[in-house]
Design a protein around this ligand. Structure first.
Ligand code: HAM
Length: 466
């Protein structure tokens, strides 16, 4: 998710876990269930009321306001965050009292394109994790005038039914009748199903704005479902709101994976200028749980590059130094730090997801070599420690050619047909990659069709980080 956020030019913000309670009561909203019933609130030693964040948006906006981040040239602010949040809810599948959210907030630019970008980013992040069937539910709750008119209509409707409804709904009717639409009590939900719909109260401007957002989604082929009962349970929203759902192949439904929307008045409410924002947050436990059920976690498994194995006590220090060298070259590596049997070390390597084992015994050390074993193909070869960087680069390039090309931005080989994307002197100079590695060099040495006889791989040897 972070990688996706960075693709969209968001940068990370790390807001505090603890805020003055007022940030959430004013920000998230007095009438929301979160503020009414779900916050972990207590007095600190200075008798100030503080709260463990139940969500990030109010705290992020508070940080933007108190640090005047809006007074920079970098507007709109594009911020992402990730961390724990706390809600006193009844624990059940997909619902915990401490959970983790990943989310973004884009603050300072009022446009349906900004709203659309945020929705698309949320969907894209989930697609990149491997989800294929996502359901995007979308609605608008309009501008202030729309919601004022709608609240009046709801008040009149629910006043007729309130005697049959739960105690919470009595309170909601007074505070904000829109919150009744989120009530989880089944009999109340049936009554709510017959309530007036917000689409019949939309101002012309809100209607236009919503259809602009939808038309961008249409242009990009993003599928959505219009859900006129979606109002979201937080008070700061205005205009577009959305939720993303997915159901595991075995039918498990953990609830919404994420949700968000536009907020017009939150920055001002928390003491800042009149700036709009839009954002979303995802529940990472829910995302993880569905990924686990649908076998998508393998998309996240990276493992380490090398497990470095000492053969016997006498090479422990050499292996310690070798492991450090390997890390300095930019390869992730681990080593047992004690002499273990080979079988035990191979098991540890497997547990760490190591791609290669680098094995050093006394004989190897004395000859200045080590054994490099590809743990997938089981191919093993002796490599020179003097040319460690080139040897490893070459082995990794051979084992994972696609990854290397992606990382280095290659998209084509040299056009002479020799297969080099690096050093070939066929004249295809633009495609020369300074960082090309020894696998290219080997090809050259073996006799390139373009006969690049003058090429000296040693000259190109890379120093330092991969
Ligand atoms: P939210 O819908 O309250 O929105 O929470 C976002 C996501 O957090 C939910 O869709 C769900 O996946 C996850 N979540 C919420 N509560 C729990 C829980 N008790 N256990 C596990 N997961 C949970 C917000 O928090 C807004 N701040 C989103 C936003 C950002 N709107 C604008 N900007």
């Amino acid at each position: 998710m972070k990688a996706t956020a960075e693709l969209y030019a968001y940068t990370e913000i790390v807001p505090p876990v603890l805020e003055y309670t007022e940030v959430f009561s004013r920000g998230t909203g007095e009438s929301s269930d979160i503020v009414r019933k779900e916050m972990y609130t207590f007095n600190d030693k200075g008798e100030r009321s503080v709260t463990l964040r139940p969500e990030f948006t109010a705290g992020v906006v508070r940080a933007v306001v108190s640090n005047k981040l809006y007074a920079t040239e970098e507007m709109p602010l594009k911020l992402f965050y990730c961390g724990p949040a706390f809600r006193y809810e009844r624990p059940q599948l997909g619902r915990y009292r401490q959970f983790n959210q990943f989310g973004v907030e884009e603050i300072g630019q009022d446009s349906s394109r900004v709203d659309a970008e945020c929705i698309i980013m949320a969907m894209q992040g989930l697609y990149m994790l491997g989800f294929q069937k996502l359901s995007l539910k979308i609605n608008t709750i309009g501008d202030d005038a729309t919601r004022k008119a709608y609240r009046e209509a709801l008040k009149s409707y629910f006043a007729l039914h309130i005697d049959e409804m739960c105690d919470d709904c009595h309170e909601r009717l007074q505070l904000n009748p829109m919150r009744i639409l989120d009530c989880k009590v089944e009999s109340d939900q049936k009554i709510a199903a017959g309530a007036p719909k917000i689409k019949d109260y939309l101002s012309e401007a809100s209607e236009k704005r919503f259809y602009e957002t939808l038309s961008i989604l249409n242009d990009l082929g993003v599928e959505y479902e219009l859900d006129d009962s979606l109002v979201r349970g937080l008070d700061y929203y205005s205009e577009v709101v959305f939720e993303i759902h997915a159901i595991a192949q075995d039918g498990t439904d953990v609830g919404a994976l994420g949700g968000g929307g536009h907020y017009g008045g939150l920055v001002k409410e928390l003491g800042g200028p009149d700036l709009p924002g839009v954002g979303f947050a995802m529940g990472l436990e829910r995302v993880y749980s569905l990924m686990e059920k649908d076998g998508l976690l393998k998309n996240l498994e990276t493992g380490i590059d090398l497990y470095v194995m000492p053969v016997g006590e006498n090479v422990l220090n050499d292996v310690f130094v070798l492991t450090e060298e390997v890390r300095q070259l930019g390869y992730s590596a681990d080593t047992p730090l004690a002499a273990l049997k080979m079988g035990a070390m191979f098991k540890k390597a497997e547990k760490r997801g190591a791609k290669f084992a680098l094995i050093l015994g006394e004989d190897e050390r004395d000859k200045g070599v080590a054994q490099l074993k590809n743990l997938k193909t089981k191919e093993q070869s002796e490599i020179s420690l003097e040319h460690l960087a080139d040897e490893l680069d070459s082995a990794f390039h051979k084992a994972f050619p696609d990854e290397e090309e992606e990382a280095e931005g290659h998209d084509e080989s040299c056009s002479c047909g020799c297969g080099h994307d690096g050093h070939c002197s066929c004249g295809d100079a633009e495609k020369t990659d300074e960082k090309a590695d020894d696998s290219d060099a080997d090809l050259v040495k073996e006799g390139c069709a373009c006969s690049d006889a003058d090429y000296d791989p040693e000259e190109k040897k890379e120093e330092g980080m991969k």
